[in-house]
Write a protein of this length. Structure first.
Length: 313
């Protein structure tokens, strides 16, 4: 079975490796985003998918778009049975979807039709969902609207972060992808139409969202801390300094304080008043520093985080 793979980040690379490990499938080409600056030094960086393609000596393509005639002609020449798309980052026009004999399939990090769009993992945690998973779908011209071929589920733990859910879904998705490819290969794949009335959209995470609004409830803020870990990382300000919040828990008791006020600061952490309840912050990161537990930070910064001071100012 001749396969083209299109993907970019390490989430996609996990799926690519699963195909590489299975000799039933011949990878005839790998598509990934063009190399781009990354990190603090803005060094031109190869994507994890590109590194895997080069390591396995597979034909690599890095077009900036798939809408021009040259890109389409290149795709046709590969004579692929199926094109697998996992977190690729480029829109596939209908002309591309029509090229492979069995069409194009996509692995999406949610139980569709819930959380269509760019950030399903983060939005599921932010919303307080108890379950997540992956859906392998036949791609159509819509945004994550195609018929579902395979669905796999997993629980979202109470302390789940995007950082911990991400690899769980990557491994789950890789298994679901191989299962789906085998169904396509044997002619047993059946697409189930999505119920669009149950759909929801996972907007791309904007950096502005990571600034903590202390007037929100402790539950809402705690979920955002987990959803935005590791990126873009929830943060607040105190005396003009940025403080990233990496680990926190919600306290539902009533305290006499105003939103953002530090109620206590000790070895247990910073207890901060919210719009409803309080947030107990146990791990933070000051500008230019590494992540540290609050108990360690207080040894040198106790005056900044003394009770009565306010975060968000």
């Amino acid at each position: 079975m001749r396969v083209i793979f299109a993907g970019t980040p390490d989430f996609a690379a996990t799926h690519l490796q699963a195909i590489l490990n299975d000799d039933r499938y011949q990878l005839v080409a790998i598509y990934t985003q063009p190399d781009r600056p990354a990190g603090r030094g803005k060094k031109i960086t190869q994507s994890p998918v590109k590194k895997l393609a080069l390591a396995n000596n597979i034909q690599l393509e890095q077009p900036s778009s798939l809408v021009d005639l040259t890109a389409l002609e290149t795709l046709v020449r590969f004579n692929a049975d199926v094109l697998v798309v996992v977190a690729y980052g480029l829109i596939l026009p209908q002309a591309v979807l029509d090229i492979p004999r069995l069409g194009c399939i996509n692995v999406h990090g949610s139980i569709l039709p819930k959380w269509r769009g760019a950030a399903p993992i983060q939005r599921a945690i932010e919303a307080g969902d108890k379950e997540s998973g992956v859906t392998v779908m036949q791609m159509d011209a819509g945004l994550d609207t195609g018929p579902m071929l395979t669905t796999s589920r997993c629980a979202i733990d109470d302390n789940e972060t995007s950082a911990s859910l991400y690899p769980k879904l990557a491994n789950l998705g890789a298994q679901a992808l191989i299962s789906t490819l085998e169904k396509l290969r044997s002619g047993t794949a059946v697409g189930i139409a999505q119920d669009s009335t149950q759909g929801s959209y996972a907007n791309k995470i904007a950096k502005e969202e990571s600034l903590i609004d202390w007037s929100a409830s402790a539950t809402e803020i705690e979920r955002r801390v987990r959803a935005f870990n590791p990126f873009p990382a929830a943060y607040s300000l105190i005396n003009g300094q940025r403080v990233k919040v990496w680990l926190a828990s919600a306290d539902f008791r009533d305290y006499p304080g105003v939103p953002g006020e530090i109620l206590s600061a000790d070895d247990d952490g910073l207890l901060v008043q919210c719009g409803g309840g309080a947030l107990l912050i146990s791990t933070i990161q000051l500008a230019g520093k590494s992540k540290m537990c609050v108990a360690e930070v207080l040894k040198s910064k106790a005056s900044i985080f003394s009770p009565g001071n306010r975060l968000g100012t």
